[in-house]
Every structure is written in C-alpha cells, then in structure tokens.
Design a binder for this molecule. Structure first.
Ligand code: EPZ
Length: 420
C-alpha cells in the first residue's frame, strides 16, 4: 500500500488546476444507463472511484472508454445483474439503482456496507423508489427493486440530518422516465445535483428546480445521448485552499468556483486566509496570524462535511480553541487521533471536536482512514516541521487526482512511496 513521505515547512507557491468533480461524475456515469445511445462526459478525473464505476457499468454490459479525461459510454445492451459486489467497496455506486429501475424495470445490488464515517443507510433511497411505485425487498445481503411502471408522485426525501445527496440523485434519475410528474421535496441542493440535472436535461429530461429543495420532473418516454463537461471539484479546490493557508503560501487555484465555495471561503478568511476572486478561480494566501474558528457541518449551502477534516488540520495551527461540530455523519473524526500524533491537542465531546490550537506541529508516521481524513493529514504534514509519512494513501487516490504531483508543482517536498 502506497504512502506519502512529506518534509513539512515549505510554503506552497504557484498555480494548480482543479480536476472534475468526483461527486458529480459518479451519478452522471450512472445516468448514462438511462439511454441506449452514446454519451460523452468530459473533464473526468482519474480516480479509483471512477475506475470502480466504469467496471460496474461494463459488468452491466455497457461499452465504457476513458481516454485523456473523456469518457464515452454506450449502454445499448444492458445485461441483467452486474458485478454488484463492487457496491460494497464504493458507496457512491448505489446511484445505479434509479437508472436501472427506470431502464430495466428492476435492479439488484448488494447492500452498501457502512464505512468508517458512518453506517450510511439507504432507507431514504428506497422510500423514494417505493414512492414512484417500486417494490423493494432485501434478501441475502442484496436489495432488489422492481416496477413494471414508475409513476410520478410527490416524494419527501428529508432524513434525520437533512437531505440525502445520492438519494436525491437516484430519485431524480428514476423520475425522468416515470409516467407523469414527480415532485422531490427536501431535495439535496448540492452543485453536484445541479450538474446531474444539466446532464439529464441534455439527454432530453424535463427538470425544473435543481439546486433548490423542490425539484419537479416531468417524465418522458425515452432519453437520448448527450455530451457534457463535469463541473470542477469544489472539495479538491477547498482542500488546496486550506493547504495554501496552512503553509502560509500563495496559490492560484484555477477552476475553483467561488459560488460553490461560499461557506468554505468564509471560514478560511475567518481562520486567517486571504482570498482574491479571479476570472479563472481564486488566489489564496495567508495573513500573519491564524485565528480559531467554530464550524458546524450542514447540508449545502452550509459548511460541507467533506471539508471538516481539512479545516480541523488548519485549526490546529491557530492560537486559541476551535469547536468543530459534525452534524452529517456520526463518526467523522477519525483524523483527530492521527493529528494528535503530529502534536495537536483535540478532545471529542459527542458530535464536537474541541481543538486547542497553537502547539507546534512536528512530523510523525500517521495512518489515513478515509478520503478526507487523508487530506487533513497531508495538510498537517505540509505545515508541520520535519518528516511525516502518511500511510494507506489509497484512500486519497479515491478522490484526489495524483495529489502529490500537484503539490510537488507547488513546491511541496512530498513523494509517493510505492509498496506492493
Ligand atoms: C454524498 O454521499 C457524497 N458522496 C459524500 O462525499 C458527502 O459527504 C455526502 O453526500 C454529504 O454531503 C458522493 O456524492 C459520492 P448522504 P451520500 O446520503 O449521498 C443519511 C466524499 O468524501 N442518510 O447525503 O451517500 C446519512 O447517513 C464523500 O467525497 C440516511 O439517513 O450522503 C448521512 O448521515 C463522503 N438515509 C446523511 O444522510 C439515507 O437513505 C447524508 O448522507 C441516505 C442518507
């Protein structure tokens, strides 16, 4: 398993280009199952999760070709049940349920396991599909959904922590081919849902309200192929912005969308970042002193849970106490104990982490546990003095395209140590 070897204390300087969004491209890849015609998706990031989703589409009988960031998919002959065990490995692939149900009138997938950040239930996905007329049963670790016909309905998708992103994606995709009008209430408002809706509309779907809590879909008999460029990854952009501030550097982040990062940039400024909006993105640097910040993660457009770990790494550097509360997932503080190995002082009180910043951070071997926790450890290693080895960076490769190469171009002393 590969690891990163980091020599910290070097300010990041220069320019970085943000890749396509992981959390937009995965549901969009699933949406190609809704038509037998050829779909072209551009600005596709080279991530292991994209590789997994490609394998699942191929196992269903689709032709999938990825060349230089352009993905061509043709799901002409879908062959029944695919290699659904991959779903256990990658939660994001649960969003093939809606398209398969709409196209084949049935689907069977393995129940997605939980992961380190939470149990990751799918009750809201199944509630929404039942609302459109699907029969749902589970047996032997599989979920099977069946519907001779999907009928438009009002479906309420709110859960105990607010909307569900991939649940909204599943219902949105199924509703495009349902008979009649579907109204999705308490829909997720994330930019990735808007991007999915743009792709579906390009395929001929009739959708109004994507990006708002109420999405109205008027079903059509069939969808056709489309050509779509995926939005840039707001979490990758936020991660590089946090790294630029943490290392007191100056980085031009091309492709960062200010409108997708309002909550993140607000907290980065509060913490000590200087943010300048430019035509192609944002230029990020740091003020002299870092300030503690209080953060509570919320559904979009609140502060995103996917930036919580990265901001915790930055909070370790501020003189003062920061309180970081995680309201979306039940156990998303795995990075705290590893940050403490680098010298941080963090205590967990229920859903909140109390970060007493200001102690000098020094390098040590640390273990990545999940995608965004890994990013937090890289940021901390870049800011700490001495050597940090981040182990199990396969977690990072799921959601960041060759992060070490992009950081090297910004002057970071980081290298990938490949281990068989
Ligand atoms: C998406 O996951 C993202 N993944 C996650 O990003 C992100 O953290 C999450 O949305 C929240 O923004 C992809 O888009 C591939 P949810 P998703 O359903 O859709 C509960 C990353 O680091 N819930 O919005 O699976 C759930 O337990 C990843 O890039 C139910 O209770 O998340 C959680 O507490 C991590 N029942 C909350 O809702 C359900 O049926 C939000 O989950 C579904 C979800």
């Amino acid at each position: 398993m590969d690891s990163f070897l980091i020599e910290g204390g070097v300010p990041l300087r220069g320019e970085v280009i943000i890749s396509g969004s992981k959390n937009a491209v995965l549901p969009i890849m699933a949406a190609t199952l809704l038509t037998a015609e050829r779909c072209v998706i551009r600005r596709v990031p080279a991530l292991t999760d994209v590789g997994y989703m490609s394998k699942i589409l191929r196992s269903l009988g689709a032709e999938v070709i990825l060349e230089d960031g352009t993905l061509t998919v043709r799901a002409a002959q879908l062959s029944g049940f695919g290699d659904y065990d991959l779903i256990r490995k990658m939660r994001g692939s649960i969003c093939i349920l809606g398209p398969l149900l709409a196209r084949l009138h049935e689907a069977r997938v393995s129940l997605p396991g939980g992961c380190v950040i939470g149990t990751r239930p799918i009750d809201l996905h199944l509630k929404g599909l039942r609302g459109l007329g699907a029969e749902v049963d589970t047996e032997g670790g599989y979920i099977r959904v069946h519907a001779a016909k999907l009928t438009g309905q009002m479906v309420f998708m709110g859960g105990r922590t607010g909307p569900t992103v991939l649940g909204t994606a599943n219902i949105l995709m199924a509703a495009t081919l349902a008979e009649g009008v579907t109204v999705i209430e308490s829909a997720a408002c994330e930019p990735e849902i808007i991007d999915l809706a743009h792709f579906l509309i390009a395929m001929g779907a009739k959708i109004v309200g994507a990006g708002s809590p109420t999405i109205t879909v008027t079903g059509v008999p069939a969808l056709h192929g489309a050509d779509h460029e995926v939005i840039t990854d707001r979490i990758e952009a936020g991660t590089f912005a946090a790294a630029a501030v943490a290392t007191r550097g100056e980085v031009m982040i091309h492709g960062a969308r200010h409108d997708h990062l309002v909550a993140v940039l607000d907290k980065l400024r509060e913490a000590g970042g200087e943010i300048v909006y430019c035509a192609s993105g944002i230029k990020v640097s740091a003020r002299a002193d870092f300030k503690p910040v209080d953060i509570t993660t919320m559904p979009y457009s609140g502060f995103p849970t996917d930036m919580q770990a990265q901001m915790m790494a930055l909070a370790c550097l501020a003189n003062g106490t920061s309180i970081i509360t995680e309201r979306i997932f039940e156990s998303r503080f795995m990075h705290a104990s590893e940050l403490m190995r680098l010298g941080a002082d963090i205590s967990i009180e229920g859903a909140s982490a109390i970060v007493k910043g200001g102690r000098p951070m020094s390098g040590a071997p640390v273990m990545a546990s999940d995608l965004r926790a890994s990013a937090a450890l890289v940021i901390a290693g870049l800011a700490a003095s001495g050597k940090t080895q981040v182990n199990r960076v396969y977690h990072l490769d799921r959601g960041y395209e060759r992060m070490e190469l992009k950081l090297q171009k910004l002057g970071a002393r980081i290298q990938r140590v490949e281990e068989e």
